[in-house]
Design a protein around this ligand. Structure first.
Ligand SMILES: [Zn+2]
Length: 59
């Protein structure tokens, strides 16, 4: 399972409702809606993910 960076939902990597390749990395989403939001501002979502990892926060 991977995290949908837009809404925070867990998505099944093997059968994702939506996915996109950005800067050589694959990102998974719960819906096309979240994919579109990510495409509009990918850096924002990636930055907030990195911040979370820095804090060592795990869900
Ligand atoms: Zn989502």
């Amino acid at each position: 399972m991977v995290k949908d960076l837009v809404c925070g939902m867990m998505v099944d990597k093997k059968n994702p409702p939506a996915q996109t390749l950005y800067k050589g990395e694959m990102y998974y989403f719960c819906s096309m809606d979240c994919k579109v939001k990510f495409s509009e501002n990918p850096e924002k979502y990636i930055a907030s993910k990195q911040q979370e990892e820095k804090k060592g926060k795990s869900i």
